[in-house]
Design a protein around this ligand. Structure first.
Ligand SMILES: Nc1nc2c(ncn2[C@@H]2O[C@H](COP(=O)(O)OP(=O)(O)O)[C@@H](O)[C@H]2O)c(=O)[nH]1
Ligand SMILES: [Mg+2]
Length: 214
């Protein structure tokens, strides 16, 4: 089995590695989402632990390594919901989580989406993609953030959008991570493309520049 695996890698099937950062207010379900994705289970209580988990998967015959950073929302810092430079640099893609029963957590996601756009320019091709997730969909009777508001926020910040319940299903959580993986891979292709065009322009201007001086 190991030999076959190595052969597959030699055959041009390179392993894809993606860094995914989960952000959002406290208690919205960031850890629940992370644990659901990693183990398929919902365990109820997660404690206040910040960690980066690695999870290997095979999707469409390709090895994928998901590095998932389940963050803690800083509470006592100058700015609640602050995103550090290290986090911004580390992440290839972002999942911004709010609870559909918590307006304040929705406002925080709006701030964080703007912050990421400022720092990374999400509208440019090649920028790290962002998915906004309204969690706790099972608590419909306590809803204070409408689906429309969620969708509008995502649309105006060029983000993806899902409403899910980490408590109820694994499938919704899986969709979020797989969609983000696709968007990250798309962004990488754009980046490579842009680098390629820049390279051509550079070499052409080098040639023409030289001719002009001759
Ligand atoms: N009803 C419901 N509760 C959830 C859901 N996701 C998380 N929770 C609960 O919300 C609380 C906070 O979840 P946690 O993942 O620790 O939030 P975090 O602080 O954002 O990491 C816990 O009691 C979870 O059991 C959900 O989809 N539905
Ligand atoms: Mg947590």
């Amino acid at each position: 089995m190991v030999v076959q695996h190595n052969k597959a890698m030699e055959g041009g099937q390179q392993k894809v590695e993606v860094n995914i950062l989960l952000l959002g207010a406290e208690s919205v379900g960031k850890s629940a989402l992370t644990v659901r994705f990693l183990t398929r289970r919902f365990i109820g209580e997660y404690g206040n632990i910040e960690s980066i988990y690695s999870h290997n998967d095979k999707i469409d015959g390709r090895e994928i390594c998901f590095n998932v950073w389940d963050s803690l929302c800083p509470q006592n810092g100058e700015v609640t919901g602050h995103i550090s430079d290290r986090q911004l640099q580390w992440a290839d893609g972002f999942i911004l989580v709010y609870s559909i029963c918590d307006c304040a957590s929705f406002s925080l996601v709006a701030q964080q989406a703007r912050r990421i756009r400022q720092a990374k320019g999400t509208k440019c091709p090649g920028a790290p993609p962002v998915i906004i997730v309204g969690n706790k969909r099972d608590l419909r009777h306590r809803r204070t953030v409408s689906s429309e508001d969620g969708r509008m926020l995502a649309l105006s910040n060029d983000c993806g959008f899902f409403e899910i319940s980490a408590a109820e299903t694994y499938h919704g959580v899986l969709l979020v991570f797989h969609e983000l993986l696709d968007l990250i891979r798309e962004a990488r292709t754009h980046k490579k493309g842009a680098a390629g065009i820049k390279g051509i322009v550079r070499s052409m201007s080098a040639v023409f520049g030289r001719k002009r001086t001759e």
